[in-house]
Design a protein around this ligand. Structure first.
Ligand SMILES: [Zn+2]
Length: 390
């Protein structure tokens, strides 16, 4: 087949580095969320401001698109998104003392740019479990990860034009592909995810990313078989070394569904129209877009029992002793009483207004108080208290 493109990666040490760095570059260019997660709080205000601006732009466009629609469900989702907020509130008490309060609520909308960090971490945690188990049970010298991308060619007969129908078509064909005898006999397990990119405002570029665990002794022919069995568009296969690439794989896999797309949304006019965004959100409504097969499915199910996420959080979250409550600075201009979102504070900091120092304090208070909430929640969980934090 002439239309098939192949990226055939060797797994030499040098090659691994190149692929890893290109993955990271791709992420930071297209995905605001990742910039935030790769830069520790308070370290790089400018990056964080840019990420917040992108988030805010995507969020606004989404709210606008959904609330301008006449559809009931669209309006409901607009309200859901609007309930998502995080700010720190400053109040001066009658005795002159300042009190700070943080308010944070996640809306959990599938495409909410503010909530995506959480989703990303959950996915990452289950993928880490998955790849750790794979390395334990399958000798990395003998097994390889295949990173397979399956796209749809709109000019092929049978590929629907309508975004929602096309998404459903892709999901069905993807499942059928993984169930083919030729594929099943090669793939021990797969983790799959549908993503949407965008070329123009007329079309949604839905595609599947699949991470497959395969026997490496047959990998030359494996690549050919993986490609030849997909007839609906392009198929791209990269060969990854199980041992070295697991974290990169989970990074890539945990990227939000619309990350590339949202990159364009946040760039404004040139990117994505309101109509297009609405169409895409509607296309995804009620659809399951992540699924796994074989041993990966089994590992993920086992990982859930282990509540690996909490374990991970315990490891990464600083203790109270390491992370004391920020102290209000003295001898600088205080911001007036009121509610401040992280973006408002970052704007003061990066444009170096007279409130810059105080804004840094308020932002660090905001971050600290969110970590504190997580510490409390974790403690409660560990003590077996059934609490319902949002
Ligand atoms: Zn949200």
């Amino acid at each position: 087949m002439e239309s098939i493109k192949t990226t055939y990666g060797e797994t030499k040490a040098g090659g691994v580095t190149t692929r890893t760095s290109s993955l990271l570059v791709n992420n930071s260019k297209s995905d605001a969320g990742n910039i935030k997660s790769s830069v520790p709080y308070g370290c790089d205000y400018q990056h964080r401001q840019q990420a917040e601006q992108r988030r805010s732009a995507s969020w606004s466009l989404m709210v606008r698109a959904l609330s301008n629609s006449t559809d009931k469900q669209d309006k409901k989702e607009a309200e859901q998104l609007m309930s998502c907020r995080g700010y720190v509130s400053k109040v001066t008490m009658p005795n002159g003392k300042t009190t700070m309060r943080t308010f944070a609520r996640s809306c959990n909308h599938r495409f909410c740019p503010y909530c995506e960090k959480r989703t990303r971490e959950e996915v990452k945690a289950s993928l880490v479990v998955m790849s750790n188990k794979a390395v334990q049970e399958y000798d990395p010298a003998k097994y390889k990860y295949m990173w397979v991308t399956l796209t749809l060619d709109p000019s092929k007969k049978g590929v629907p034009t309508d975004s929602r129908e096309r998404l459903s078509f892709l999901r069905k064909k993807g499942t059928a592909y993984l169930n083919r005898k030729e594929i099943k006999s090669l793939v021990l397990g797969s983790y799959n995810k549908i993503e949407t990119g965008t070329f123009s405002n007329d079309n949604d570029h839905h595609h599947i990313h699949s991470l497959m665990l395969c026997d490496s002794s047959i990998h030359q022919s494996t690549v050919r078989t993986l490609q030849a069995n997909w007839s609906w568009g392009h198929s791209k296969v990269k060969v990854w070394n199980v041992e070295n690439e697991t974290s990169e794989a989970s990074l890539e896999m945990s990227k939000p569904t619309l990350s590339r797309y949202m990159g364009k949304v946040s760039m404004g006019t040139a990117g994505v129209s309101e109509e297009k965004l609405l169409r895409t959100i509607q296309a995804y409504r009620g659809r399951r877009i992540r699924w796994s097969t074989g041993v990966f499915r089994q590992y993920i199910a086992e990982g859930k029992d282990m509540s690996y996420e909490e374990e991970l959080e315990q490891k990464t979250l600083p203790t109270r002793e390491e992370d004391p409550e920020p102290v209000e600075p003295i001898g600088c201009d205080k911001l007036p009483d009121g509610n401040y979102s992280p973006l408002m504070l970052l704007n003061h900091i990066t444009s170096n207004t007279r409130y810059s120092k105080y804004a840094k304090y308020m932002l660090s208070y905001y971050d600290w108080s969110l970590r504190e909430t997580r510490r409390i929640r974790l403690e409660d969980r560990l003590q077996g208290i059934d609490t319902h934090y949002h």
